[in-house]
Design a binder for this molecule. Structure first.
Ligand SMILES: [Zn+2]
Length: 184
């Protein structure tokens, strides 16, 4: 089912009714913080409520698994922009228990692509061009270790200014309870 039409109809009413007024703020994060978390849908609202975050408080980055594995991927670049252009002084990586990326197996993902109509030759062409499926789509066994790995890449980044603090948390997607894995 395509939900876009419902969303567009709602949006017209939202804007006409000036429901945006309670959310007005500027683009600099009030708490001078950037958060990287998972795209997990259970956390859309829960993470904000559980940590008392309001619209405008933080720069929020998301990907599958809250993972950084390469020092110049788009997430790391966004963190650097948040620091240098938007005044962020703290970075918080927030993984979560029961994360889909702890079950993602690249070979199975490849099978699912083929079942869904992607041609084997297309995948082979992509692999020959230098994209390593195992590396690109691999998840993690332990969310704590994954958070530590992401935090370590940020902390040791050659372009990270010394004043920036980098922390790692894991959140329970049911209760919102966070466990501190590493902090500065
Ligand atoms: Zn997740």
């Amino acid at each position: 089912m395509v939900h876009l039409d419902d969303m567009l109809a709602y949006n017209e009413k939202f804007v006409a009714g000036k429901k945006y007024i309670p959310y007005e703020t500027n683009s600099r994060p009030n708490k001078e913080m950037v958060i990287l978390t998972c795209m997990e849908s259970r956390l859309i609202e829960l993470l904000l409520r559980a940590l008392n975050l309001k619209n405008g408080d933080v720069k929020m980055l998301k990907n599958a698994g809250a993972m950084i594995r390469k020092p110049y991927d788009t997430i790391m670049k966004s963190i650097l922009v948040a620091i240098y252009e938007l005044g962020a002084k703290e970075v918080v990586v927030i993984g979560h228990y029961d994360c889909g990326m702890s079950q993602t197996i690249p070979s199975e993902l490849k099978e699912k692509m083929i079942v869904n109509g992607i041609k084997q030759e297309t995948i082979q062409t992509i692999e020959r061009s230098g994209i390593d499926f195992e590396e690109e789509f691999s998840g993690f066994e332990s969310v704590e270790d994954s958070v530590k790995q992401s935090v370590s890449i940020i902390r040791h980044h050659p372009l990270l200014p010394e004043y920036v603090k980098v922390h790692g948390l894991v959140i329970d997607p049911k209760t919102g309870k966070v466990d501190v894995i590493t902090r500065e």
